[in-house]
Each structure stands twice: as structure tokens, then as C-alpha cells.
Design a protein around this ligand. Structure first.
Ligand code: FAD
Length: 397
């Protein structure tokens, strides 16, 4: 399968922007001397993101996938900043009132305002819905209390999408999880400084604190009378598809860098590409590239057809993220000492892409999710907390 003609043209335009505008200054961005978000706004204008949003073109899953792939070829950290905006903006666009869509949804999705989405808390990571942050109704307002951990873009976000448990729904009720929009400047809202981390330096990560934060009723995106956490599940599922696209970008670029280096670098009087052990690595990288590419197209097809299953997404995310990290390491190895230097691309791509074996649901959680779905078909139910119930079994563990 291939991207269609229009999508290939878009791929070319985005690649050109990334090479011209992002790649030359990525080391300065990573060092904090230039702002990711200034460049993101420049990208918004250059690609006319607002038209992509208002025309509805962005709803085609191929569009965010192409953007994520092309950005990740240069900087998965920059791509993370962009997809975090998407996670926030898309939820507001599909669930918000017309006023909220106009003020927050469109500007965030078209990358004119910075957004973040915050589900994780200090005590709920893999157990993603065991939230302590609460939302309660008071007259025409919603009051939020709690805190969020590890939120991408949070230190600079102007629009924060906070997932909260409906107060009164019972402590530990994991079904009543709703997104609530909070704008920077709202009394009681604070964000922490950027956390120091291994990679993804182009995307600041931080904590969020909510102390009696009051927002209008319309900022609560859902029906409190219908227990639901579908908004969070949809965002996670959509995020996992663009993560696979980011992995494809990293694999593509690492393969290109490794082939070029292997042909140019001479040792023992021969290009290192002449050594079969180098060829074996290149062969393995190519196979991974083909698998991840095919898997991305299948996810895009299934998403368009409304056939995306948890199992499919988890399998693709697990394979792509583990193998993208391995492929970046292979490229570093082929490049020898040069591969270990910051000035060469695979070093950055490895640091960044490693996040995705953890963020958006760890590799272990993806494996459990696949097994849960497989076993259910055979009448054997498990949950992620280790509980199980076999067919006709009355005593569950
Ligand atoms: C740079 C960065 C950016 C992030 N951005 C965001 C964001 O924008 N929004 C957001 O909401 N979150 C974000 N996160 C949070 C991220 O999604 C979580 O870190 C991730 O889901 C893992 O949660 P945890 O860190 O609490 O790990 P834990 O849940 O504590 O897991 C620790 C280990 O235990 C394993 N484990 C846990 N449960 C099980 C089980 N049942 N069976 C087997 N093994 C298990 C895990 O696989 C892992 O290896 C971000 C994280 C980072 C590092």
C-alpha cells in the first residue's frame, strides 16, 4: 500500500519544511536556546494547518500520521510536542461547544496555541484510570482538585485538557473519567518546570497542580449521567497510531543514514558495507521497516473503516516501538564512534524514540492487552491487575 498522490505531495512539503526549518536548529532547540513552540507556529502558517482543520482534512488518519512520520525523521521530540497538541485539540473539536471549539479546539489542533492532555498522575501510570483528580459540579461551574504528572507540553501549554474522575462516583470508580478544559491563567492552576530527561528534549514535560480550579460547565466534555471514559480511550488509541507513524519515520531515517555511512566509511581498505556482518544489520533494519510500514497502513485502513481494535493497536505499537529503538541502535553501531555523537542523527533518534516503549502505555501493558483480547475469545477473562475468570468459573481470582 502507498499514500495516495495528494498525501505523497503533502509528505514532500512537510519533509521540505522539516529539512529547511527544523533540522538546522534542532540542537539549539534541544539546548533550550530556541522555542519549539515558536517554530510550531511557523509550521502552522507554512502548512496552512488551519485549513486542514476547518476543512476536516485532519480527520483522515493518514494526515496526522504523515506529519508525525516526517517530523520524527528529524526530531521525535518535536513530533511529540505536535501530537500532544493534537490529543488536546481533537478532543475539544469533537466534544466541545461551538464557543470552546472556536477559542481552543481549532487554535490548538492547528498548532497556533499550545495544548497538552493529562491523564497520568503520580500514582496512576499503567493503571491509567485509577485517578485521584476530581471534578465536581457547583452551580454553573466545575471545580477541579488534584495533580497530574508527566504531561507533555504542560510547562508552556495555554490550553490544558485534564482528565478527572467525577466526584461522588465512588473512590476508585474507573468508569467515570472525563476530560475538562482549563485555560492558562485560571486561578488555582499551576504547572511545574520542565523535567530533566533522557531524550525528547524538544518537548517539555511537566506536572500540573489543580487547587479548586473553577471552569464553566461547558468545559466539562461529556455527559456526567453516563459513566464513560471513551474520550481518554480514543485519545490513547489515536496516539498509539501516530506513535507507530513516528517509529516509521525513525526507522526510515536510520536506514538511510546507516546505508550512506556504510558505503562511505572505509576500514581495512574496504567500505564497511562490504562486510557481511554490516549487510546483515542492514537487512534486518529493512525487514523492520517493511513490517512497520505495512502495519501503519493497516492501522490507517482500520481506523477509516471503524475496525480499529485494541489488540491491533497494541500489537502494532509494541512491535514498532521496540524495533524502532533497536533500529536506531543498529544505525549507531554501524556508524561506530560517530554514531555516539550528538551531531549525528541516530543518537538523537534513539534517545527520543526510546520513550515510546514506556509512554502511551508500556510494552508490558501492550502485551497484556493483546493477551487479554486473545484469551477473551476463548472464554478466559483477565484484567491488567492479574485477575482472571475462566469459562464457567464462578470463583475468580
Ligand atoms: C517524556 C514523557 C512524556 C509523557 N507524556 C504524557 C502526556 O502527555 N500525558 C499523559 O497523560 N502521560 C504522559 N506520560 C506518562 C506515561 O504515559 C507513563 O509514564 C506510562 O504510561 C507508564 O506509567 P508509569 O511511568 O507510572 O510506570 P508504571 O506504571 O509505574 O510502570 C513501571 C513498570 O511496571 C510495569 N507494569 C505496570 N503494571 C504492570 C502489569 N500489570 N503487568 C506487568 N508489568 C506492569 C510497567 O510496564 C513498567 O515496566 C509521559 C511520560 C514521559 C516519560
Amino acid at each position: 500500500m502507498e499514500f495516495d498522490e495528494t498525501q505523497q505531495a503533502m509528505e514532500g512539503v512537510i519533509r521540505d519544511f522539516c529539512q529547511r526549518e527544523i533540522e538546522p536548529c534542532i540542537l539549539e532547540i534541544e539546548a533550550g536556546r530556541r522555542s519549539t513552540f515558536d517554530l510550531m507556529r511557523k509550521m502552522s502558517d507554512a502548512l496552512d494547518m488551519e485549513s486542514l482543520v476547518t476543512s476536516g482534512a485532519i480527520a483522515d488518519p493518514a494526515v496526522p500520521a504523515i506529519l508525525a512520520k516526517e517530523l520524527a525523521r528529524v526530531s521525535p521530540g518535536f513530533a511529540l510536542a505536535v501530537i500532544s497538541n493534537f490529543g488536546c485539540g481533537a478532543t475539544i473539536l469533537t466534544r466541545g461547544s461551538p464557543g470552546l471549539v472556536e477559542r481552543c479546539g481549532i487554535p490548538v489542533l492547528s498548532l497556533k496555541k499550545t495544548g497538552c492532555w493529562a491523564l497520568t498522575e503520580s500514582e496512576s501510570g499503567s493503571d491509567a484510570f485509577a485517578l485521584k483528580t476530581t471534578a465536581r459540579f457547583e452551580g454553573d461551574e466545575v471545580v477541579l482538585n488534584g495533580s497530574k504528572a508527566f504531561s507533555s507540553n504542560a510547562p508552556e501549554a495555554e490550553v490544558l485538557l485534564i482528565y478527572a474522575r467525577l466526584a461522588g462516583g465512588g473512590q476508585g470508580d474507573k468508569r467515570q473519567i472525563f476530560p475538562v478544559v482549563v485555560e492558562r491563567g485560571t486561578p488555582g492552576l499551576e504547572t511545574g518546570p520542565p523535567l530533566e530527561k533522557f531524550g525528547m528534549h524538544a518537548s517539555p514535560t511537566g506536572d500540573i497542580f489543580l487547587d479548586d480550579v473553577r471552569v464553566p460547565r461547558e468545559n466539562f466534555l461529556g455527559d456526567p449521567d453516563r459513566p464513560a471514559r471513551d474520550a481518554a480511550e480514543q485519545t490513547l488509541s489515536g496516539e498509539r497510531v501516530v506513535i507507530v507513524a513516528m517509529c516509521l519515520g525513525v526507522i526510515e531515517r536510520c536506514l538511510e543514514e546507516a546505508v550512506t555511512h556504510a558505503i562511505q566509511r572505509v576500514q581495512f581498505g574496504k567500505p564497511i558495507a562490504a562486510f557481511q556482518i554490516t549487510q546483515q544489520k542492514l537487512g534486518r533494519m529493512y525487514v523492520v521497516h517493511e513490517n512497520v510500514r505495512n502495519s501503519l497502513f493497516e492501522l490507517i485502513r482500520a481506523q477509516k473503516a471503524g475496525e480499529l481494535t485494541e489488540r491491533k493497536v497494541s500489537a502494532a505499537k509494541w512491535y514498532a516501538t521496540e524495533e524502532a529503538a533497536n533500529t536506531a541502535l543498529d544505525a549507531m553501531q554501524i556508524m561506530g564512534g560517530a554514531g555516539y555523537l550528538r551531531e549525528h542523527v541516530p543518537e538523537r533518534l534513539f534517545r527520543d524514540i526510546k520513550l515510546w516503549t514506556i509512554g502511551g502505555g508500556t510494552s508490558e501493558i501492550q502485551q497484556l492487552t493483546i493477551a487479554k483480547d486473545l484469551l477473551r475469545q476463548h472464554g478466559f477473562s483477565i484484567d491488567l491487575a492479574g485477575g482472571y475468570r475462566a469459562k464457567n468459573d464462578t470463583a475468580a481470582s
